[in-house]
Design a protein around this ligand. Structure first.
Ligand code: HEC
Length: 155
């Protein structure tokens, strides 16, 4: 009789356990579900400090010959990560680049920027980016250049 007066109801125990777990930093299933909801999935190529620096590298080192959205001495860059080398029909590539069938990934782009001629002999880009950190940053920037929803040009 007396005991039933002070015994807490079961749901109170559960709440207390969650509170203690929260204080101790223990992830209960409920807490985990909540933080999963609060954290949006990272986009494939997130804007990062590296991409931010890469934008400046691009302006300083690439924009003399390239731009994001128009052909200049070199081809436009939007959508380049994931594209085949030499794939834009309206740019006059060297036969070496067009025939290479290389897929532009972060790794192949870094190798290209380090030494284009070593990667694709006979290519036509007369430029090398010596600094590995700058290569990594500019490639991170290129990865943020998504294709428009309805591409205006190229494929
Ligand atoms: C001196 C001019 C010049 C500079 C500077 C230059 N490029 Fe190029 N780039 C070219 C030319 C020309 C081509 C086409 C090469 C060919 O057809 O073989 C090219 C091709 C490319 C391609 C292949 C694109 C495709 O559609 O296959 C990439 C990627 C590229 N450049 C990235 C860069 C980046 C990043 C920088 C700056 C770090 C840079 N380039 C600096 C002239 C330049």
């Amino acid at each position: 009789m007396v005991r039933s007066l002070w015994r807490p109801a079961p749901h109170r125990w559960a709440k207390a356990a969650i509170a203690v777990a929260a204080v101790l930093g223990v992830a209960t299933p409920a807490a985990r579900a909540q933080s999963a909801l609060a954290t949006p999935a990272a986009p494939a190529a997130a804007w990062s400090a590296s991409a931010e620096r890469g934008m400046n590298v691009y302006a300083a080192r690439c924009s003399g010959c390239h731009s994001e959205d128009a052909h200049r001495v070199g081809p436009l860059h939007r959508g380049v990560v994931g594209r085949r080398a030499g794939a834009l029909a309206d740019f006059d590539y060297s036969p070496a680049l067009r025939d290479s069938k290389l897929l532009w990934t972060r790794a192949t782009l870094a190798a290209w920027l380090a030494d284009p001629e070593a990667l694709i002999p006979g290519q036509g880009m007369d430029y090398q980016l010596e600094d590995a950190r700058e290569r990594e940053d500019v490639v991170a920037y290129l990865a943020t250049l998504k294709r428009p929803v309805a591409p205006a040009r190229g494929r």
